[in-house]
Structure formats: structure tokens, C-alpha cells
Design a protein around this ligand. Sequence first.
Ligand code: ATP
Length: 237
Amino acid sequence: MSTLEVQAIACGYGDLRVVTDATLSVDAGSVTALLGRNGAGKTTTLRAIAGLNRITSGRATLDGADLATMPAYRRARAGIAYVQEGKRIFRSRTVEENLLLGTYAASSTTRGRELMGEMYERFPLLAERRKLRAAQLSGGQQQMLAIAQALIADPRVLLLDEPSAGLAPAIVGQVLDVIRDLRTRGLAVLLVEQAVEFALAAADRVVVLNLGRTVHSGHATDTGLREAIQRAYMAED
Ligand code: ATP
């Protein structure tokens, strides 16, 4: 059984059903990329897994436990962390303050401090800049801070929405390295990306969403994957 299993879920905003049939899975120590063109429902799917949108049908489980009945804060406690697109960090606060906020979700204050130390080891750039306001960081460093803030809660599943968006090409490689490192540390990573090449470089499995439905699911090296991606990106509404 995969760490995160999503089976034929539907979700949306109020009466608007944006996603009608999304199916995907993410194993521990692996990266699943969720691809699809603008408006396909990728962000909506992540929000539904995180508990920010209601799952109206289908089933989503974390290690077998049904997510639909858990409010967002319980899903966070159960090990799901969500890094939203656009780096939801507090720009007027320092790097250290942003990380401290993340420690509130840790199991204890001691564990929170340990995790904070670990983050500074893993992201030396953030350690050097701990007293700077987040607004003073580059785009790539802010993305690292957003990821570090999510990791400090010691999650088992990390939902990453477009981590490469808006970053200079030179920095994109660093974000890719971070994602690969998370995989080797046993995290289950679900990555939403517009940048297909970035996603394919990071992912073990790829799920293609079109008009709110999973239209392809397979290994990142499968023959036929690129054709499926192309079809979904060119499909008519
Ligand atoms: P993108 O890369 O553009 O974010 P996406 O695949 O992540 O694409 P979603 O953000 O999930 O797509 O949006 C899917 C659809 O849901 C779009 O048609 C969008 O207009 C609609 N939508 C998104 N957010 C809301 C909202 N808060 N209220 C109502 N409809 C929304």
C-alpha cells in the first residue's frame, strides 16, 4: 500500500466540481508528479488532499486512514505538509521566525529545536541568513525557506505546488536537488508542476490530469508518457 492513495476523488469550490475523477498514489521515498495544463485541477487536488477543499466522492487515505473525515489541522498532524504556490512565508519576519512558526506543528518543543538545527544543516544558506527578513532573500532562497518551514513539522508526505515557478534557471537545479534529497530521506513527495522537464527530472511516477480526470498514470521512464502528456496539453475542452 502506498503512503498516500487517492482513488477517483471529486472536489471543487462550493457547487463547482473542478476535479471529477483524480487517482494517484505516492510511496514513501518517491516522488509523484501531477502534470496537466492550466486549469486541469492540479492545485485543487492538492488542496483537497491537504484538507482545504472538500472531497465530495472517492477516497483519499494516508497509510490506510481515511482523510475525508479529518480537518486540515489533523491531516497536518498526521504527516501531510503543503507548500502552496507563491511561497507562503512571512516576508516581514526573519528566516528564524519563519522556521520557528513551523516548529509549532512538531510533536514537542525539544523535537522542534532539533528539527530547526537539522534545517540549518540541510540549508546552510538559511543558517547564514537566519537574522535577515524573508523579503531580503532571493526567490530561490524563499522557496527553500517555504520547504524548510514545511519540513520542520517532520511530515511524511510533502505536497509541493509549482516549486520551480518564477525561479531563475540556475536556482531551479538547487530546488531539484532538494526534492531528490527528500526522496532519499524517505518522504513521499507529490509535486505539481507546469514545467514538464523539471517534473520528469524529479519524479518516479507521473500522473497526468486533464479536465479534472486522471488520463495517464505510470513510471516516469515509461514509453508513451510523453505522448500522453502531449495529448493532455493539446486536448480540446
Ligand atoms: P494552474 O496551473 O493554472 O494553477 P491547475 O491545474 O492547478 O492549473 P486549478 O488551480 O486546480 O488548476 O484550477 C482548476 C479550475 O478551478 C480553474 O478553472 C479555476 O478557475 C477554478 N478555481 C480555482 N480556484 C478557484 C476558487 N477559489 N474558486 C472557484 N474556482 C476556482
